[in-house]
Every structure is written in C-alpha cells, then in structure tokens.
Ligand binder design. Structure first.
Ligand code: FES
Ligand SMILES: [Fe+2]
Length: 387
C-alpha cells in the first residue's frame, strides 16, 4: 500500500476531482455503506448475561444474545416460523428460544428444537452473523461471512494503554454517515464551535491518500482570547492567543469505514487518540449510531485527569451537540432538495467524498450481499426482493 503524497491547495479546480469527464457522479448521500466490514452494533454492557438485545444494521434487524456462559452471538432478528423478532424471546442456556411457539436456535442460527415436533423434522434456521466482542464493543460482520476472517478488526484508539484514559460515547444522529466523516475531517468549521472554543484558526498542512484511506494534518492557532479549560484537557495545553505558539499536529484519517483523530505534540507524544464509526441504522441510511473511543494521555500528576474528567465530558458533549445539530440540518436540506447540491471547495473533503463513493456499495440485497462500483456501472439504490 503506497501513500500518494499530494500538495494541498485551496484552488477550486480540484472541486470535481474523481469524476471522469461526462461520467455520472453518484449522489454520495445515497451510497450505502459497504457491509463487508466489522461494525460495532452495541456496547457490551447493553447485552446482559442471559438476555437478548435487538439492534439494526442498515435496516437489517439483528438480535444479539449473551448466553449463560457469557458468550455473545448474532442472528437475524426474525423467527423462521412467523417472523416475529427473536429479541422478544428468551435465552435458554446457549441458545435463543422464540417467544411465540418456542422454536429454538443455536449460535449458528440452526433450529435445534421445535417443542411440538420430533427432532428428525426440524425446519431451516435463521441467518447468523460473525460476531466478536472486543474492548466493550460487540462487532458484527453484516456482509459476506466468508470474508469476515480476512478482514481484521480495527485498532481501537489507546484503550489498552495504561498511559491513557478512554471515554466511550455514542449517540444516534439523523444523517447519512458521509456527513459525519466530512464534519470531522473538515476542521475549517471551527466557527461553529466559537462559543466553546473561542476564535481558533485551523491550518491544513497537507494531505495523503492511499488504497482505502485519506488523511490530513492540521495545526491550530488561537486568534483571540484565552484557552478554555475543557479545550486544554482535550486538545492539549498552553495555547494562548496570538497564533504563534502552536506546534501540535492533528491528523484526521478516514480508513474506510472507520475514522481516527490523533493529536501529537512537537516531541511526537500522542496526547489524544480518537477512534470513531458511524453505523447506519435504517435501510435508507438516513440515521446512524455513532460509537466513539476517545483516549486522552494522562498528565504527570496522578489522578489529575480523573478529577478533570467530568469537565472533559461536559465540554466534549457540547461540541458534539453542535456537530450533531449542523449535520442533521445538512441532511434535512439534502432531503428537501432531493439531491446533492454540495459546493465543496476544500480539496481534502473532495478526496474524502471520492473515497466514500468508491468504497461504498451500489446496493445491498436483504441478505447483505454487496455490489461495488468495481463490479458494475452505477445504478440507483434499489431494494431487491427477498427470495
Ligand atoms: S413465531 Fe417463532 S416459534 Fe412461532
Ligand atoms: Fe465539530
């Protein structure tokens, strides 16, 4: 995998990058996320021992169950008998028993008991999904199960490093996942956060692109006023006004379908490490559930970060709320217009948009099979009848 170094520029002529002359450009807001990846669908604590938990991936109902032994598995949330949600059933030992007539499924989705039928006459079961529990997250592979083993789970911020304290956060946001990627990568939206951050100016140092990823570096300068305490905790300390002294570099990377944001000081210490993913919930992919892990390097004074933690939570929540409101407004505008009128002028965001278009699926079948641009020419998102 080779990075393709490119010079950053603010010229407008790259705004249409990626679109071959005359070729139709897909409306990014209608590009389904590619299912052949690991997606977190719940926090571990949401799936209690001996209980079921219903979730969704891009309109597909999925039931997560934690068995008596503590193992988690994922099945289609739809009984093979009369299609009622299996999450309304009960966990029975290492299997799920449907709440209606008691058909029972094991962790592979196989029907292992119908209370009123002989064992030799058992019907077909339901679809199962590869499922792994890591660092408090339950990951499911909603695409082609044969590919699950070939795709590694992503590195999750600095959750395993004792030098860091990690905040886990998440929320549902009413927008297509692409707006979320653009929002985090485009640091030229500091104006939105002026009430929280004061007057900051981001300077893009350059961008890089490789197979399946794009990243950009920024530095920040405070143009006016004092650094708020909450910001000092999250973004590093001692940024006074004047715009001269800032040496910290922020790198934001979309490595499809995940996103990271890292801040390093001039001596290369990683002071902040964020991993985040936006999982589509509905079939139209107009709502996503965000799962984020924010690791902050502990300062030299023991316990100082723990003390400051509530302030950090409060500060980050206020920032996220502003981001959520604005991306939901973008989605609402798109829906009203019925198409993408986006006039993007920042080259890295155009590269990101190309990456998300190319990496997405053209459409999904209800069984999660994906088609990509590489397979065929573009066609609009359509529902494929269930067979
Ligand atoms: S609907 Fe599930 S057992 Fe009948
Ligand atoms: Fe923001």
């Amino acid at each position: 995998m080779h990075a393709v170094p490119t010079l950053d520029s603010s010229t407008l002529d790259e705004a249409a990058s990626g679109a071959a002359a005359g070729a139709p450009v897909r409306d990014l807001r209608r590009v389904p996320i590619h299912p052949d990846n690991w997606y977190p669908l719940a926090w571990s604590r949401e799936v209690k021992r001996g209980k079921t938990h219903g979730v969704h991936f891009a309109g597909e109902p999925i039931v997560l169950a934690r068995t008596e032994s503590g193992k988690v598995f994922a099945l289609e949330d739809r009984c093979a008998h009369r299609q009622v949600p299996l999450h309304q059933g009960v966990v029975d030992g290492e299997s799920i028993r449907c709440g209606y007539h008691g058909w029972t499924y094991d962790c592979s989705g196989k029907c292992i008991d119908v209370p009123y039928l002989g064992r030799e006459r058992l019907p077909n079961g339901v679809r199962s999904y590869p499922c792994r529990e890591v660092e408090g997250l339950i990951f499911v592979f909603p695409g082609d199960p044969a590919l699950a083993e070939t795709k590694p789970l992503p590195p999750l911020a600095s959750v395993n490093d004792k030098a860091y304290k990690t905040r886990r956060f998440g929320r549902a946001v009413k927008c297509h996942y692409s707006f979320m990627h653009e929002n985090l990568m485009d640091m030229n939206h500091q104006f939105l956060h002026r009430r929280q951050m004061g007057q900051m100016r981001a300077r893009s140092l350059g961008r890089r692109r490789g197979e399946g990823w794009v990243e950009v570096d920024y530095t920040f300068a405070r143009m006016e006023g004092k650094q708020p305490v909450g910001e000092a905790l999250v973004f590093g300390q001692n940024r006074s006004s004047g715009g001269q002294n800032d040496k910290d570099v922020m790198t934001i990377r979309t490595e499809y379908p995940y996103q990271t944001l890292q801040i390093r000081t001039s001596d290369q210490t990683l002071v902040m490490n964020l991993w985040i993913i936006y999982v589509p919930l509905d079939a139209e992919q107009r709502t996503n559930r965000t799962f984020g892990l924010l690791s902050i390097r502990k300062p030299g004074i023991p316990g100082a970060l723990d003390l400051a933690w509530p302030l950090l939570v409060w500060f980050t929540e206020r920032i996220f709320r502003e981001d959520r409101e604005i991306v939901e407004a973008e989605q609402a505008a798109h829906d009203k217009q019925g198409e993408d009128w986006n006039h993007e002028v920042f080259p890295v965001i155009n590269e990101l948009r190309d990456l998300l278009r190319e990496s997405g699926a053209t459409h999904l079948t209800p069984r999660g099979e994906a088609h990509t641009l590489k397979d065929e020419t573009w066609q609009p998102l359509r529902r494929v009848a269930r067979t």
